[in-house]
Design a protein around this ligand. Sequence first.
Ligand code: FAD
Length: 473
Amino acid sequence: MTQEYDLVILGGGTGGYVAAIRASQLGLKTAIVEKGKLGGTCLHKGCIPSKALLRSAEVYATAKNSETFGITVGEVTVNFTKVQERKEKIVEQLHKGVHHLMKQGKIDVYEGLGRILGPSIFSPMPGTISVEMNNGEENEMLLPKNVIVATGSRPRTLPGLEADGQYVMTSDEALVMEELPKSIIIVGGGVIGIEWASMLADFGTEVTVIEYADRIVPTEDKEVSREMQRAMKKKGVKIITSAKVLSETLKKGDGVSIGAEVKGETKEFFAEKLLVSVGRQANVEGIGLENTEIELEKGYLQTNEFFQTKESHIYAIGDVIGGLQLAHVASHEGIVAVEHIAGGNPDPIDYTLVSKCIYSSPEAASVGLTEDEAKEKGFEVKTGKFSFKAIGKALVYGESDGFVKIIADKATNDILGVHMIGPHVTDMISEAGLAKVLDATPWEVAHTIHPHPTLSEAIGEAALAVEGKAIHS
Ligand code: FAD
């Protein structure tokens, strides 16, 4: 059967389903084609399940440490089956919520594999979209005026280190493992690798992280990387930096062993499992790109600032276009694309205003430039830093490692970047995000009276510290 739509979205992940809701709000007749589950990577294989596991690990670590709070408990053990069940329950609740939102917005959902067939006599614009239905029924044919490609990404692997269902995993397999490994090698010390390292170490797994760069979380401010490394080591995580994993040396048997070239020397590492966490790769295959003029660069779809590809009626958003591969970025890109489709004039996204978070324990969060980036761009900078050690609420929580650092431009007083590592900073970064959006100065942040006792006092104090006027340092 052929159906006509104002908009058809390929992929119902965080980018796709949010775009569909905005499209429905704007009165566009909209359909989503999803080959897996609505909610995509973030809901089923990313943000939500990983944070559910992190939370269980944190509760376990806190319970084991309960004497510090004057609380004596019996033997504390992990029932990993229940940990996984809790995670599944949260995911399912949210999954149902997304289906409800689609229904509420009168958005048609096609469960199947979508493919762009190109212009046809029926539709000269993006052409027909064929949907190979998951239930085996006859292919659906959709005739849209506009298309958004939001097909997301999947874990990148290294040749020779592909997931094998037993020893080698990516985050996809790790999220559904049935038992906790006694030991693990994590290849890649980026955001996802460090979240896993933190979680597994808190659960009691022996963790070794092998990172190619000279520091873990290398896209963060150097001082945050250093503090994160210290925190991971405190948990017992072994961190090997400036190390190139030699995939060809992988041996499987009673666990895994792998070699790595570390500062000119070859070293061998052993563990029960190996997790490859070396980034993501765009899902661009099998979606009919060959029937379009759309261009790829380094495997990602190319778009303009309104997310139009070379074919102006085909837009692309989210992980499939690369850049900051984050759920909130994918959603926002979807909203901008839909508002443009609907004839609006949305503001292009300023990616320097996007907050980035790491949900390890301690957490890290940032917005704007790192100190090195600011200097490379020619800014003369002044910085203010304030430790959670002097924040009453952090001591009350028993989590006083970390700091807030603010980088400002000496010439204009503008805030260039804010970097935090410590308790609950992922929930605090939005204040810094708002300060950046409003072009606030450290003075304005400092004069936003922060309630006492809160963790956010560290932001106010760091802002005062930019002028050397912090109160509690
Ligand atoms: P996806 O969520 O990948 O959705 C794409 C959808 O398209 C999928 O459902 C797929 O099945 C479907 N699809 C693909 N091809 C077709 C086709 N031909 N036809 C029909 N459907 C198709 N981001 C954060 O912001 N915060 C976090 O804490 C966070 N944690 C993460 C943890 C992990 C372990 C991982 C892996 C990622 C994490 N991310 C996090 C990143 C986040 O998940 C992604 O940035 C986000 O999901 C991107 O959304 P998207 O809509 O572009 O793509």
